[in-house]
Design a protein. Structure first.
Length: 324
């Protein structure tokens, strides 16, 4: 008579997943400030914010990489530099310009609504990879995500708007563009991080270095498009916000995200983006000094439930693999 050994559910894979979720949560908390930044410096355009943020990011990255440049650069060939250029443009320069324009033209709620669909787009792409969980098993999580996004959008549409229809449509177009560019970045960056020979933090700094170089090319355009009569205090405020974004979102937020990408499958990486939406909404409530409405509370609950549903699907899949 043979006996069957039952393995415990807790495995190193589970610990990796929990650590990855923790990194994703931290990244979302820091990235949530990105949605608030355009409100803090509403007198400046998207290009000013992008150039300022990434000049600071690039400068900090250069300072941190300089002492170890010879060691880090030995792992970089032509292929890696092309990947860095593409990721920097799609995930940083272009994405942030589009996102800032979406917030300024359409509002935080509308931008958060559209970008809130990132988990859906990234998960759909991730489900096509070898060994990934089938999309049908992730359907409950995706439906919860969509329901949460719809609640945000319904609240946004129901609220009185001070912007014209043209501005709202422009904001929507920019938000969709931000969704597309960051989907490209999230998928490409996750795949690249699992093959490059540098640490997650060094990869983030290299992306920052390339983004800083790209932002230098945009400085003349930012100055040429500046039609406002800004006071010295306005520029100081812009510099402070940009420096804060560079440190919190780009240095620390990106570092946490990259660590997460090396621990989680792409189908779970997509769900972690929801933390950015949740924190963006919370910061927006604090900025507006108001409590969330019932629809907004429902949206927050649905988004959090979407993350737990996705985690549950991956846990069941992991348990099934061990059983076989």
């Amino acid at each position: 008579m043979s006996s069957t050994t039952i393995r415990p559910v807790s495995t190193p894979v589970d610990r990796r997943t929990l650590a990855g979720v923790g990194y994703g949560l931290g990244a979302g908390a820091l990235w949530g400030f990105v949605f608030l930044a355009p409100q803090l410096v509403s007198g400046f355009g998207p290009l000013h914010l992008a150039v300022g943020r990434y000049l600071f990011f690039g400068s900090i990255a250069l300072a941190l990489l300089a002492p170890r440049w010879r060691e880090v650069s030995t792992h970089l060939g032509r292929r890696e530099w092309l990947q860095l250029a593409g990721l920097a443009f799609a995930g940083n320069t272009l994405h942030f310009i589009l996102l800032t324009a979406a917030v300024q033209q359409g509002g935080v709620a509308m931008a958060a609504l559209v970008v809130g669909f990132l988990p859906v787009t990234v998960t759909i792409v991730g489900s096509r990879e070898s060994g990934s969980i089938p999309l049908r098993k992730l359907a409950p999580s995706l439906l919860l995500c969509v329901a949460g996004a719809i609640c945000i959008g319904w609240q946004s549409l129901a609220a009185a708007s001070t912007t014209s229809l043209t501005q709202q449509l422009l904001g929507l177009a920019c938000a969709i563009g931000a969704l597309v560019t960051w989907t490209i970045f999230a998928v490409g960056n996750t795949r690249t991080l699992k093959s490059v020979q540098v640490s997650a933090q060094d990869w983030n700094l290299l992306v920052g270095l390339v983004t800083g170089a790209q932002s230098l090319l945009l400085v003349p355009f930012a100055l040429a498009l500046d039609g406002g009569n800004h006071l010295a205090s306005d520029w100081i405020r812009l510099a402070s916000v940009c420096a804060g974004l560079a440190v919190m979102a780009s240095i620390f937020g990106n570092a946490l995200w990259n660590r997460m990408c090396r621990l989680l499958p792409l189908t779970l990486v997509g769900q972690m983006i929801l933390f950015q939406t949740v924190f963006a909404l919370l910061y927006g409530f604090l900025w507006a000094q108001r409590l969330p409405t019932l629809l907004e509370l429902a949206a927050l609950g649905l988004l959090v439930a979407s993350v737990f549903s996705c985690l549950s699907a991956h846990r069941r899949a992991s348990a099934g693999n061990m059983a076989t």
